[in-house]
Design a protein around this ligand. Sequence first.
Ligand SMILES: *Cc1c(COP(=O)(O)O)cnc(C)c1O
Ligand code: SF4
Length: 451
Amino acid sequence: MSEMPISKEKAQFHIPELQHRNFRDDQFWKDIPGWASVTREEFGSHLWQLKNSITKVDQVEKVLGKLATKELMADIRHGQKITPMNIRITPYIFALIDWQNYIDDPLRKQFLPLGSQFLPDHPYYRDDSLSEDTDSPVALLTHRYNDKVLFLPTTLCPVYCSYCTRSRIVGGGTETKPKDTYGASQKRWEDVFAYIRKNSNIEDVVISGGDAYMLTPAQVKFIGESLLQIPHIRRIRYATKGIAIFPIKIISDDAWFKALIDVQKMGRSYGKQVVIHTHFSCENEITKWSQLAMDRLWSEGLLVRNQAVLQDGVNNDVEKMVLLTRKVAYMNIQPYYVYQHDMVPGCEHFRTTLAEAVELEKAVRGTTAGFNTPTFVCDLPGGGGKRHVASYEYYDKENGISVWKAPNVKPGETFMYFDPIHKLSPEAQARWNNEGDRDSMIAEAKKKVNL
Ligand SMILES: *Cc1c(COP(=O)(O)O)cnc(C)c1O
Ligand code: SF4
């Protein structure tokens, strides 16, 4: 594991001039032995991408051919015994992985975890770290903030991210994690719409999951139109990682694209906002296909914002974060959030300290337009909601304990976020390993805020 890479010297980053304007347009998939003869036309078809998506370890081995070394395959199989997420990867992303250097590849890390890279879960991890199920007045809906809600119409995604914050429900069950997954069900959605209709303070709906990419065109329309017809709803956002990991669908799935545009036009005619929130995590995901997908969305007037998750070895480095920010902005995507990693199972090797997030925030701010500068937030364990990473009430950096308040969400309550133990000093790690010390450190930190 790398140590915290951010230092004052490092903040003098260097990115080659205009690198963010280069969008690779080579036939990168031809480096994958199983796809060496796939034409650009085939690769650029959403049906081909779906049909050839990788959902099993054996397929990895088959497609990689001679690149599938014994060590690699054993490590991936080992990973499958630990991870709470099962495998699903689009050929687009699979082919962008640098298989010669798979250990450090940020895309491989996100979608095909190696058993050797997992670390023990933090003692305070939770399956539902953000208490989405606790703050749920009706199935498939979380209502935490006054005027906005989170609607989870499906638990399916076009890829499964090894670090998913909703690993408790998203994707199918794994060896370590049985799940109550559900597919799209119009009947259950009606209860959600009924709740929203009854609560006239709600103006804003996040349609997430799972991933809106997995909804059929009819479902995209049904959900969008049902929500827009509720008089007090002013804004809806479809959340999808799709543009990042499967841009080819935007370019070639005309029926799906049209459904989305129809909803957006209906929104315009009602004077309401329909936007997309997507999820690019690093520059490696971005190619000419991404730009073409964005050109198509932009030409129809659809606004897209980006939410990245801060991850060790993926984007926790000033150069990488600045490049990601500039490059998504160059495609007309507005960088919106960078999330401190949630404290969910199977993610310790992804998490960073809060201090890293604060340093990155400082380094990124000022590099481009303010409206293209993401806000770095920590979504508080226990359901305090999203807070700016530097707005903690108290932070014991040595022991990796931060204490927070959320006056507009849960007035009077205190929340805590914990840095990953393996990034702390050996002395602090020893304290965490002793339950008595652990309890007193936490009590001490809480006292600092509640006195
Ligand atoms: C993130 C989130 C929202 C949307 O929050 P924004 O800060 O407006 O992006 C709404 N509800 C819940 C439960 C959320 O977690
Ligand atoms: S796309 Fe989103 S919901 Fe789906 S697995 Fe990835 S992080 Fe989870």
